[in-house]
Design a protein around this ligand. Structure first.
Ligand SMILES: O=P(O)(O)O[C@H]1O[C@H](CO)[C@@H](O)[C@H]1O
Ligand SMILES: [Mn+2]
Ligand SMILES: [Mn+2]
Length: 436
């Protein structure tokens, strides 16, 4: 029985969203603008990286072709030179919003049809009764911030006052979030998590997607730094996702990084949550080693978004893409015959864009594995096609949103595709055909 690995490169969008203007993002293009900046020497940083964006493995999987199909422009240095090694295309987000839960839930078969709640870009941003309830139930002296902000800037601004007063820092963004930053040692990590749990309950009537704990360390003298103990308190998806479907079918599930949080820990299998892209990718590769037949590994790599996209750091983002790309051979080496890998993203976060928020974009869909039919899977009208394709590959029937694309489930590199070999190819139209 085949297995599947789904990797979400958080915020690695490829531009071109037709509805981007409605989000203030017309023209945003995360990968395209990083590639252009690198080609123009604006991606150089001493000791980190230099030169054109170098992503040989993702290029061979069709990243440049997917980007070109999405925007009409081939990003510099991403045109494939040799043989293509993957099936490539791009996904269009149908959900409302451009945040992590919308993107991930849609990937997993549940597009967001309702409107999230958002806090206005005013000071204060939070409704008085919400703040009052948080202060009372959280036993607080008050709150700091109370505005739209970037998380690293807001701890620089209020960190010292937080240490003096013990008041936590509350902020939000254009996303449906309430974020609470507090010093991990003086305020206490568990106390921050408990406060966020209270916040989660109080935010439900406002339809807020996530309450996020943002612990940090440091001092006014040394500066403040966020730690890896961020924790997202998400509202659960409104319908069954592929995780529910696979769990019901008795399949083994491993979720890596933020996935557990994003799906509110519902049917998220064995959760592994190390800190950072590299450690999360290692954990995903490690999980493949003892993943039984029919199993599913679902990983999120968040550094692209949180460390570089929101920070508008082009060299950092480029270096992170290159670091991921260098490890694709390790993923290939961990695969068994019949395994499927899909690499995608949940939204954009163009580091060349104004502000510090996500950007509405198409996402790349790159897949590979033995027996997989190579070539274009085209434009997928919903991210839900990704989850549907995972289910199709794993042979689990699916009644929800999304349609699987061209997959050739030919279990074995040497499969001659003889009649009756049992393999199934899903054609782009969605009609299954025998053999390959
Ligand atoms: O600036 P930081 O704290 O990284 O916040 C960002 O992280 C949130 C979740 O992705 C986004 O809504 C954005 O506000
Ligand atoms: Mn995200
Ligand atoms: Mn983000």
């Amino acid at each position: 029985m085949p297995r599947a690995l789904l990797i979400v490169l958080d915020s690695v969008g490829i531009g071109g969203a037709e509805d981007a203007a409605a989000y203030g993002d017309a023209g945003a293009d995360t990968v395209g603008h990083i590639a252009e900046a690198c080609a123009a020497g604006r991606g150089d940083q001493a000791g980190l990286r230099r030169g054109p964006l170098h992503l040989p493995h993702m290029t061979a999987l069709g990243l440049g072709l997917a980007a070109e199909a999405s925007t009409g422009r081939m990003p510099p240095n991403l045109a494939p030179q040799g043989t293509l090694k993957g099936a490539w295309g791009y996904g269009v987000e149908t959900s409302k919003g451009k945040d992590t839960p919308s993107g991930h839930w849609e990937i997993a078969g549940v597009p967001v049809a309702f409107d999230w709640g958002y806090f206005p870009n005013t000071i204060p941003t939070f409704p008085e009764e919400l703040t009052a309830a948080l202060i009372e139930r959280g036993n607080l002296r008050g709150i700091l911030g109370d505005k739209h902000a970037s998380g690293t800037v807001v701890i620089d601004e209020f960190g010292a006052e937080h240490l003096r007063t013990g008041k936590p820092i509350f902020y939000t963004s254009v996303d449906s979030v309430l974020q609470i930053a507090a010093h991990e040692e003086t305020f206490g990590l568990q106390r921050l998590y408990d406060l966020c749990q209270i916040g989660r309950e109080l935010c439900d009537p406002y339809k807020i997607g996530r309450v996020i704990a943002r612990p940090f360390v440091g001092s006014p003298e040394s500066g403040f730094k966020r730690t890896g103990n961020r924790k997202d308190f998400a509202t659960p998806p409104p319908a069954d996702t592929i995780l529910d479907t696979l769990d019901t079918a008795g399949r083994s599930i491993v979720t890596v990084g933020k996935i557990g949080d994003i799906f509110a820990h519902r049917r998220t299998g064995r959760e592994v949550k190390p800190n950072g892209n590299d450690a999360c990718l290692s954990a995903a590769i490690e999980a493949l080693k003892d993943l039984p037949d029919g199993g599913f590994v679902f990983a999120n790599l968040v550094d692209f978004d949180s460390e570089f996209g929101h920070r508008r750091d082009i060299p950092g983002y480029a270096a992170a893409l290159e670091a991921f790309d260098r490890r694709i051979p390790e993923i290939e080496a961990a695969l068994k015959d019949g395994d499927l890998v899909i690499i995608t993203a949940d939204h954009g976060n163009d580091p060349s864009w104004q502000g510090s928020d996500h950007t509405r974009e198409h996402v790349p869909i790159l897949s590979f594995g033995s027996g997989l039919k190579l070539g274009a899977i085209g434009r997928r009208e919903s991210f839900a096609d990704i989850g549907a394709s995972v289910l199709a590959h794993l042979g689990v029937s699916h009644k929800g949103m999304g349609a699987p694309w061209l997959l050739a489930l030919c279990h074995g590199r040497a499969c001659p595709g003889r009649p009756g070999c049992g393999s199934v190819a899903f054609l782009a139209s969605g009609s299954p055909a025998r053999g390959r």
